[in-house]
Ligand binder design. Structure first.
Ligand SMILES: [Zn+2]
Length: 212
């Protein structure tokens, strides 16, 4: 079923009674202005597909009308600022295989929702002047993960376990460092900042900077 992006029409209206719903990614046989999908958008969509999936039951599966190969079943929801965005499970295929680009209003909502759901802290290894950072992410539900300078993501069942792992590896919370810790470094504390970027691929090159 083809639905215009951001239309209040939904594939399965009985699931959204009394809700301000907007459909996103219900394509027909074409993609308008295909573009290269951003990796962090795909990571975020996969996360919410796993967590917010709704089976739409008897309506059955949808087949990609562009290639005819891929099948999807059901929909998932992302809520932000009083709006429920309703996406087909097939949207990930549309982005990856056919360069579908969701509308910018939705991408903004996705990014804000993601930042609200995922509290991040940066930690720095006690090996100055080398800067070796690790990101602790506190996930909804109490789980946590640590992303390190080798590009690995370590999963933990609790925030405490993750913090213990970081301390064992001689990491300290980035904000716990003081100017005196940098006395022997070739830069001042105010010159160094935690890595920034919207995907793990953006962050990785900034996570280990050697000065020794
Ligand atoms: Zn396809």
């Amino acid at each position: 079923m083809e639905i215009d992006d951001l239309s209040p029409t939904t594939y399965c209206p009985e699931l959204h009674e009394g809700v301000s719903a907007r459909s996103v990614g219900w394509l027909g046989g074409t993609v308008r202005m295909p573009a290269h999908p951003a990796l962090h958008v795909l990571e975020q969509l996969r996360h919410y597909l796993r967590g917010n999936f709704h089976d739409d039951g008897d309506l059955g599966s949808q087949v990609c009308q562009i290639c005819g190969d891929a099948r999807g079943h059901g929909e998932f929801w992302i809520e932000w600022d009083g709006v429920r965005y309703v996406l087909p499970a097939l949207i990930i295929h549309y982005c990856e295989a056919h360069g579908y680009q969701p509308p910018s209003e939705f991408l903004n909502a996705l990014s804000l929702r993601w930042r609200t759901d995922h509290r991040c802290e940066w930690w720095l290894m006690d090996t100055l002047p080398d800067l070796n950072g690790a990101r602790l992410t506190l996930l909804p539900g109490g789980n946590a993960e640590v992303f390190d300078c080798d590009g690995k993501t370590h999963q933990f069942h609790s925030e405490q376990e993750a913090r213990f792992f970081l301390r064992e590896d001689e990491f300290r919370l980035w904000t716990s460092y003081e100017a005196s810790d940098f006395a022997d470094a070739p830069f001042r504390i105010e010159d160094v900042h935690p890595p920034s970027g919207s995907s793990n691929a953006d962050l990785l090159p900034q996570m280990l900077v050697r000065y020794s």
